[in-house]
Design a protein around this ligand. Structure first.
Ligand SMILES: Cc1cc2nc3c(=O)[nH]c(=O)nc-3n(C[C@H](O)[C@H](O)[C@H](O)COP(=O)(O)OP(=O)(O)OC[C@H]3O[C@@H](n4cnc5c(N)ncnc54)[C@H](O)[C@@H]3O)c2cc1C
Length: 410
């Protein structure tokens, strides 16, 4: 039984294709989501269908896999049963790969005012808010209210915050520049607010400095050492300063899915379940937690919450189970092969850190692009996505500039 068909769950499933077992994959969505390109949907660069594919179609050739659409709400660990909203399903082995969600650090009331970016719904909601702000500004006569509509605040300067800030700045400066008559979209202000001392804190200092300079060249105002202390429908407060803005986006915190509570397992402060060297929980060798839901410590240190780590863990746990089924000795403890640390800043710059190489600038951007196309190879129609992406890149197009859905539909 595999809970979650994200990067971890899907790689475990496909790695079990030839094992002597039946695999049941349960996800609350009917699609697998390529989260690294979510910001492209949020900023109208790609349609959702370019970065999410039905799980059923991805696995349709895998005869031993059954896909179920359902939300897991708990696990009866003793009886080896997973609880869905309306039923329970028994398992022999369980792999939980339920990912993570946003953390508002105890301020859950900020959530409606500052959506985060984790799902397709989040991305289309953010797209709607950004595009609606420009539309409302075009109608607005009052200069102050117009300025508020054309001010965008992104909270949190990790890779997602940096990507959002850079891309919104480019959207305003290039893509929308000629589309409006009463407003000049280039006058939009994009602010990136970070509580810590620098952007891209998980990268080396030089990459952070480069990223900040690149953002500032795009017109983004970068505020470091600036904790947001209040957030409401009118804007945000940074220390004693009030910033009036119609659009606040949250890229500041991550909390694991509530897997620790389901399993009664120990977690860290971000809710990640502590697992052993074979990625099983300490209380039951048949229950594994992987990906963003897991806290994995190896001899080389803590494994980061990135897609390659989840995929490697999925394949590793599949090998553990396949060997157990054949009564073969267990593989050696899990080790993470560092696949690099990436972040893009707009359409022409990126920073990349490998253990052996650091890249910055346009070369890094192209490297990042090619790496993502390579990642996409496991999903349906990667060529179409890559070509559409290249077209948007070359033309400064934002082909998916549709305002869809309603605020209260989310
Ligand atoms: C905006 C964004 C950008 C990112 N960019 C990058 C990047 O550039 N490079 C990189 O390496 N990583 C990136 N990441 C991180 C990367 O996407 C994650 O590390 C990776 O997705 C973790 O894989 P996972 O399998 O643990 O979880 P996920 O891929 O999140 O999958 C979890 C799955 O579990 C399902 N699920 C959750 N709860 C339940 C439930 N109760 N019942 C049933 N199903 C459930 C979800 O629907 C989902 O399909 C990014 C993440 C985000 C949000």
């Amino acid at each position: 039984m595999i809970v979650g068909a994200g990067f971890g769950g899907l790689s475990a499933t496909t790695a079990l294709a030839h094992a002597a077992c039946d695999v049941t994959v349960i996800d609350r969505h009917n699609y697998h989501l390529f989260q690294p390109l979510l910001y492209q949907v949020a900023t109208a660069g790609l349609p959702p269908s370019d970065i999410a594919w039905p799980i059923r179609s991805i696995l349709h050739r895998q005869r031993n896999a059954v896909v179920l659409l359902g939300e897991v709400v708990g696990v009866d660990v003793g009886a080896h049963r997973v609880r869905l909203r309306d039923r329970e399903i028994a398992f022999d082995y369980l792999i939980v790969a339920a990912g993570a969600t946003h953390a508002y650090f105890g301020h859950d009331d900020w959530r409606p005012h500052a959506p985060g970016l984790k799902s397709v719904d989040d991305a289309t909601q953010i797209r709607r808010r950004i595009l609606t702000a420009f539309e409302a500004a075009e109608m607005e006569q009052d200069p102050e209210r117009r300025a508020r509509l054309l001010r965008f605040a992104i909270v949190g300067a990790g890779p997602t915050g940096v990507e959002l800030a850079g891309t919104i700045a480019e959207l305003a400066r290039f893509t929308l520049a000629a589309d409006f008559r009463r407003i000049d979209p280039r006058s939009a202000k994009v602010m990136l607010v970070e509580a810590g001392p620098r952007v891209l804190a998980t990268f080396a200092q030089r990459q952070s400095q480069y990223a900040q300079r690149a953002l500032e060249k795009l017109g983004v105002e970068v505020r470091v050492n600036s904790a947001v202390t209040a957030c409401d429908a009118e804007g945000i407060t940074i220390g004693g300063e009030r910033v009036s803005t119609a659009t606040v986006l949250w890229a500041a915190g991550v909390a694991a899915a509530p897997v620790g509570a389901w399993l009664g397992a120990a977690t860290d402060r971000a809710g990640r379940v502590k697992v052993g060297p074979d990625l099983a929980v300490s209380t039951d060798p048949a229950i594994f937690v992987i990906g963003d839901s897991a806290l994995v410590e190896t001899a080389a240190g803590r494994v980061p919450g990135v897609a390659p780590a989840a995929k490697q863990q999925g394949r590793y746990v599949a090998a553990v189970i396949a060997r157990r089924l054949l009564a073969q000795p267990a593989p050696p403890p899990f080790e993470y092969r560092n696949a690099g640390n990436f972040a893009t800043i707009g359409r022409a710059r990126a920073v990349i850190e490998f253990p052996f190489l650091t890249l910055r600038g346009w070369l890094a951007w192209w490297f990042w692009g090619v790496a993502h196309i390579y990642f996409l190879l496991g999903v349906p129609s990667p060529l179409m996505v890559s070509l559409r992406w290249l077209w948007e890149y070359l033309t400064y197009g934002r082909g998916a500039r549709l305002i869809t859905g309603a605020e209260d539909a989310d």
